[in-house]
Every structure is written in C-alpha cells, then in structure tokens.
Design a protein around this ligand. Structure first.
Ligand code: ATP
Ligand code: MG
Ligand code: FE
Length: 354
C-alpha cells in the first residue's frame, strides 16, 4: 500500500510518499523562508501563491525520488486543514485533481493528526499514548486512543508555544524563523541562571498552558537592558527555555497521572508512551527534559526525528495511510477547513492561524 501526501497549510510546500511497511519512499520539503523573511513572518497570500508555484514540481520530484509512476500509488492524501486557507485550498485541489484523473481514493488529513501520528511512522507506538503537541499554532495534551480518536486534556489559553518562541526571538532581535534561532542563542549562554522568568501555569489543577505572560516578562527585561548585548540575549534565551520546560513538565506530569488512571499499560504495548510532536518538538533541550520526566514516570519517551517534527508531507502521507487502511476516505466535495480541532468536543479556542 503506497500513499502520496501533500502539505500546504503554512509556509512549507511539501510532498512525500510512504508505504505500509513504514518506508518513506520520498520526502520533499520546500520552506518558503526567502519569500516571507522580508515581512518577519508568514504572509498568507504570499504563501498561497508560492504553494501554487512550487507544488507541481515537488510532486514530480517526489515521484522521481521514489522511482514510482503515479499509477503505482494507491491513494492521494492532502492536508485539509487547519491552517492558512489559501494554501490548504491549493493542496486539496491539487490532490483532488490527481485523484479524479487517476480514479484514486482521496483522503483529507487533519494537519494536527499528521503531527499526532508521526511517531507511529518512525517507531513502534501502539495506541493509546499520551501526546504533547507543541507547534506554531497549538499547544495541547491529548490522549491518542486511535486513528481519529483524541481526548484533549489541556490546551493553551493564549499563545501557542511555537508562537511564543517566534515572538520572543523577535523581541531579542534574533529574526525569523524564531524557534531554531532562539535554541541556538540559548546554547551560547554563559550564565543561564542569570534571569529568573516565571514558569506559566505551574501548579495549576488542570493541564492547560499559557505563554503570553512569559513573552511579556522577556520584553520587560529587554526594556530594562536597553540594548541587550549578545551575552544578554543568550542568557535570556536560556532563561526562556528553562521557563518553558518547567511549565511543559508540570503540565505533562499532571496529564501523565490522568492518562495512567484511564489507560493502564496493556499487554499490546498501549498506555506506555509519552510522545511529543510538532515543530517545537525539534528543540533538543525540551526533548531531553521530557525524556527525563517520562523515565521518572515509567513511560517510554518517543519523539520523531527532527526533520519530521516541523511541517512535512511524510506525516500527511502516513496519517492518510493510517486512515486509508481503515477504509476512511473522503469524497471529492470535501471543503477545506481553516479550523479543525482534533477533539470533537473541544471547547472553542483561539485560532492562531489566519
Ligand atoms: P500547527 O502545526 O499548529 O498548525 P505550524 O504547522 O505552523 O503550526 P510547525 O511547523 O508544526 O507549526 O512548527 C513550527 C513552529 O515550531 C514554529 O513556531 C517554530 O518556531 C517552532 N520551532 C521549530 N524548530 C524549533 C526549535 N528547534 N525549537 C523551538 N521551536 C522550534
Ligand atoms: Mg513553517
Ligand atoms: Fe504543523
């Protein structure tokens, strides 16, 4: 079983091909950094036009890399949302056209489900597992009970964690894209304990998150310093990492207790994994901290390889394959969805996309 996946929900144009033996046959990602850098962030209209410009070529390249003809592909998957709607439309329409022309099944994948199931492409991670989803638009704790079956334990009440990385990097004059630049700055810190930043929500009796206060605390330090030196920036970046980690660990620890209560470890390997996914999961410091927590609580920690944490199409092809083998395909009149929570009972939440 071979599935081709397309990802166009933000500023990565991507196409990948995976099979049911969990081999990634092709994985092509084009980050539109040069298009958006002059604006210091992603411009939706610019992103949509760039997807349109690059996507055909990327699909051809993925098929060439995999040495496959479209006739050997069993289904076409594309991100159907949530995300910047112009880009999502480009990917969905392209996938539908290919499916219609070749008489292939079409699968509209929830981008968040792509992140959520990536660990099952690269590692043996049976359901149920506990998932910390940390990305540019989301920060959630979810019990993953099966394909399409999510129970949300907590979410952010303001900014997503990736958004906090990006905004803080901007405040520190590190530029765009913020997450990786802030990580590198923190690695240069010579006095990482110099600034004391609050660990948001620590000790609260729920599993929610909040990051806007942390960003404000960094801003206050920057204002006090006037023009921060490289050493100041590095120390502040380290303090930011420490505060984010303390908050994530506290929230995860609560979620682990709830998860274990509902899903005791079973003989099929279920109930045994803490998984982290999404762009921020590429952060090595946070990965190390989460691994330590999981070990302390007797869980196996699983994080996708760095390149599969940030947006890519292998995760979309894989989520499509997981759905396809359960017989879950979509009709060609599927409408792209700017909002699409994983948990159907989710409370309305702030949309951090368009
Ligand atoms: P969503 O998946 O919620 O729709 P998105 O697709 O835009 O949002 P991702 O590509 O999953 O987000 O993640 C991008 C985010 O990850 C950005 O905010 C980026 O700064 C952050 N990020 C990427 N690499 C790192 C890193 N090494 N450390 C911290 N943050 C990082
Ligand atoms: Mg991106
Ligand atoms: Fe994403």
């Amino acid at each position: 079983m071979i599935v081709l996946g397309i990802e166009t929900s933000c500023d990565e144009t991507a196409c990948a091909i995976v099979d049911d033996a969990r081999t990634i046959r092709a994985n092509v990602v084009l980050s539109q950094l040069d298009e958006h850098r002059p604006y210091g962030g992603v411009v939706p209209e610019v992103a949509a036009r760039a997807h349109l410009h690059y996507l055909d070529g990327l699909i051809r390249q993925a098929l060439d890399d995999a040495q496959l003809d479209l006739g050997q592909v069993d289904a076409i998957a594309a991100t159907g949302g949530p995300g910047l709607i112009g880009g999502v439309i480009v990917g969905v329409m392209t996938a539908k056209a290919m499916a219609a022309a070749r008489g292939l099944p079409f699968i509209a994948v929830n981008h968040l489900e792509g992140h959520a199931l990536t660990a099952r492409l690269t590692d043996d991670v049976p359901f149920p597992y506990l998932l910390l989803l940390v990305s540019g638009g989301h920060c959630q704790l979810l019990e993953v009970e099966g394909v399409g079956r999510y129970r949300r334990l907590g979410t952010t009440i303001d900014d997503a964690v990736g958004e906090a990385f990006d905004k803080t990097a901007k405040l520190l004059g590190l530029g765009y894209p913020g997450g990786p630049l802030l990580e590198r700055a923190a690695e240069r810190a010579t006095n990482p304990g110099r600034f004391d930043l609050p660990a948001p929500m620590k000790g609260r009796p729920d599993c929610d998150f909040s990051f806007s206060g942390l960003k404000t605390a960094v801003r206050r330090h920057v204002e006090q310093l006037g023009t921060p030196s490289d050493a100041d920036v590095a120390d502040l970046a380290a303090a930011f990492h420490h505060a984010v980690a303390q908050s994530l660990l506290d929230r995860c620890d609560r979620a682990i207790k709830a998860f274990k209560g509902r899903h005791p470890a079973d003989k099929h390997g279920g109930g045994k994994h803490l998984v982290v996914a999404g762009g921020v999961a590429a952060n090595k410091y946070l990965r190390a901290q989460l691994a330590t927590l999981a070990a302390k609580r007797g869980l196996t920690f699983t994080a996708p390889p760095l390149a599969l944490c940030t947006d890519n199409a292998a995760m979309i092809a894989w989520a499509g394959l997981e759905r396809f083998r359960l017989g879950q395909t979509d009709s060609l009149d599927f409408a792209p969805r700017p909002r699409w929570p994983l948990d159907p009972n989710a409370k309305p939440m702030k949309f951090a996309g368009v």
